[in-house]
Design a binder for this molecule. Structure first.
Ligand SMILES: Nc1nc2c(ncn2[C@@H]2O[C@H](COP(=O)(O)OP(=O)(O)OP(=O)(O)O)[C@@H](O)[C@H]2O)c(=O)[nH]1
Ligand SMILES: [Mg+2]
Length: 224
């Protein structure tokens, strides 16, 4: 019985995700779903990223957390419009579902966006199961989490189109083996692009920014 309920929830979500995808196609906006464990640096990475993209790339962000609008406040300091979703109002879900995304996407003031980023709720498991109608998925792993996470939580890394290995400024102080972490990502998802960077210092940002700009260009037809 429980399995049937879960199946129904996922099927309903998939139907809504297809509606979202159609909406995003009409709006000609590239949508990136960014996922990770709590604290790996999604918000910090996005703040630095938006500083580099704005105002040339018209950008919006939807940010999910169980409680607080802390991340929306941090992100808005870059000049981006941020729409916070809190899931504590409806049971404290550990992931964002497609219906919430469409509701929030309709709140953006700009007539047209080129890029809409969804910072998903910090969780390395559930968000991977919920299609939100995005064009691409990013997973962030930070060097304080352990090299083995890709093989312990493979689904997240299998559904991702690219990965960020964040907090590389801390490598001199840790035993973390970055080569092994990347090899573990490639064990579950061969050839996935991995960008090693520090959202604190900005080190390693260029290849990630180039990847993102290329994706936005491909979807929108806009030369960047
Ligand atoms: N040293 C270092 N610290 C970082 C880096 N990126 C993020 N942090 C710190 O890590 C902590 C968590 O970063 P956040 O950006 O809030 O992480 P998050 O993934 O958005 O967290 P949730 O939204 O709660 O899931 C903060 O104290 C950041 O300042 C980095 O590259 N290097
Ligand atoms: Mg965050």
């Amino acid at each position: 019985m429980e399995i049937d309920i879960q199946k129904n929830v996922l099927e309903a979500n998939d139907t809504q995700a297809d509606i979202n995808r159609k909406y995003f196609k009409e709006k000609n906006v590239f949508v990136l779903n960014m996922m990770s464990s709590p604290g790996s640096g999604k918000t910090q990475t996005l703040c630095k990223t938006f500083e580099k993209l704005l105002p040339d790339i018209r950008t919006g962000v939807i940010v999910g957390d169980i409680c607080t609008d802390n991340d929306a406040i941090r992100l808005e300091k870059t000049g981006v419009q941020a729409e916070q979703i809190n899931t504590d109002k409806f049971g404290g879900d550990c992931h964002l579902e497609a219906n919430l995304i469409l509701e929030s996407a309709k709140k953006f003031k700009a007539a047209d966006l080129d890029l809409l980023v969804v910072e998903n709720i910090g969780n390395l498991v559930c968000p991977a199961e919920f299609d939100i109608g995005e064009d691409a998925r990013a997973v962030v792993l930070s060097v304080t989490e352990g090299e083995d996470k890709p093989v312990k939580y493979p689904l997240m890394f299998q559904v991702a189109d690219m990965a960020i290995l964040n907090k590389i400024d801390l490598l001199p102080y840790l035993d973390f083996d970055a080569k092994l972490a990347v090899a573990n990502m490639h064990q579950v998802h061969p050839n996935m692009p991995v960008f090693e960077l520090s959202a604190k210092t900005g080190q390693g940002f260029e290849p990630w920014i180039e990847w993102l700009k290329t994706k936005v260009s491909e979807k929108t037809g806009k030369k960047l």
